[in-house]
Design a protein around this ligand. Structure first.
Ligand SMILES: [Zn+2]
Length: 336
């Protein structure tokens, strides 16, 4: 295929639609960008951060399913089921339809709109967890596991500190656990995201900031669940809690040895990305004859796609966002 005719190509700045003269999720400043999800919020909530990352841009909000025409190219956003506000980008030009998935997951998640399959000719899919070993448990079973760990610790008078990515994962956990077990506290990196979710109408249990408790008061945390970003692990901040058990929630916990390497008491396999069957479902539901893979190991997925008779390829991308989700140098871990 003549790549110059491709509707979307990979450029050093990011995925680029030449016909429309815009980028999708650029990792460098560009003139016009379509953003699949506001991961920028994770680093530091607020539009100011987005503007500082992409200087001088005007931000135009789009509802899911609403279309705009950019230089003759019809652009619309569709739910990706990944985190609040995450979107797939559908690009249509002269009868050709391409979809760039951004990050997505198939599992139900009460904190964001469910993944919506979008028919297209060419599907650019993320494939963070593109190995057959990645098969997620029913999320309800994972939350039951978190609840019983928390309940057990509470009965022993211990705090339960759960490390997870602050944006999306933390709120999904808050929405999934049994808030009747005890009080819930959040790290300062998590609480602003909770407020953003609440403002968007997502029901979350009542949470308090850890820093609202006097520094020497450890009793407030007995029996509590504390949600914190992975960066808090091993920091002096942990001294706040007295006796505690800690755990880590991530899709990477599916890998043997990851819990031990993280040095936590427990691990919970919970991801906001599609697992291997989820990727296959989404690719099939797109109806695409051509599939371009980004992130992940790439080769096993490209091989599987070719075996299905699909035109399969890969884009080299420089996304950094889900290294944060992983926080554990995932590619090295996956290679072991
Ligand atoms: Zn993401």
């Amino acid at each position: 295929m003549d790549t110059s005719s491709d509707l979307i190509v990979a450029r050093p700045e990011g995925l680029f639609c030449a016909e429309g003269s815009f980028y999708i999720d650029p990792w460098r400043p560009v003139e016009r960008a379509v953003i699949t999800h506001a991961h920028y919020l994770a680093a530091n909530p607020g539009l100011g951060v987005l503007l500082s990352r992409l200087p001088g841009i005007d931000v135009q909000e789009l509802e899911y399913g609403e279309a705009i025409v950019v230089n003759g190219v019809r652009v619309s956003l569709h739910p990706a089921g990944h985190v609040l506000g995450s979107a797939q980008v559908r690009v249509e030009h002269k009868g050709r339809v391409w979809v760039a998935s951004g990050d997505y997951k198939i599992e139900p998640d009460p904190t964001c709109a469910p993944f919506e399959p979008v028919r297209c000719d060419t599907f650019i899919t993320e494939s963070t967890f593109d190995l057959p070993i990645y098969r997620w448990e029913n999320p309800r079973a994972v939350f039951d596991g978190i609840d019983s760990w928390w309940r057990h610790n509470a009965a022993q008078g211990r705090a339960s500190v759960l490390f997870c990515y602050s944006f999306g994962k933390a709120q999904r956990i808050l929405a999934g656990v049994d808030a009747a077990i005890g009080p819930i506290f959040c790290h300062g990196a998590v609480e602003p995201l909770n407020r953003a979710y609440a403002q968007a109408g997502i029901a979350l249990p009542e949470t308090r900031l850890v820093s609202d408790i006097a520094a020497k008061d450890k009793t407030a945390f007995k029996g509590a669940l504390i949600i914190a970003p992975p960066s808090a692990q091993g920091s002096t901040w942990m001294r706040r809690f007295g006796d505690y058990s800690d755990a880590f929630a991530s899709g990477w916990m599916r890998l043997r040895g990851t819990q031990r390497r993280r040095g936590v008491d427990r691990s919970f396999v919970l991801s906001d990305h599609a697992d291997w069957p989820g990727l296959q479902f989404a690719i099939g539901a797109s109806g695409a004859e051509r599939v371009i893979v980004t992130h992940g190991q790439i080769e096993p997925m490209v091989r599987w796609l070719s075996e299905q008779g699909l035109d399969a390829g890969a884009f080299k991308t420089e996304y950094g966002d889900d290294i944060i989700e992983a926080d554990t140098a995932a590619p090295e871990a996956a290679a072991q």
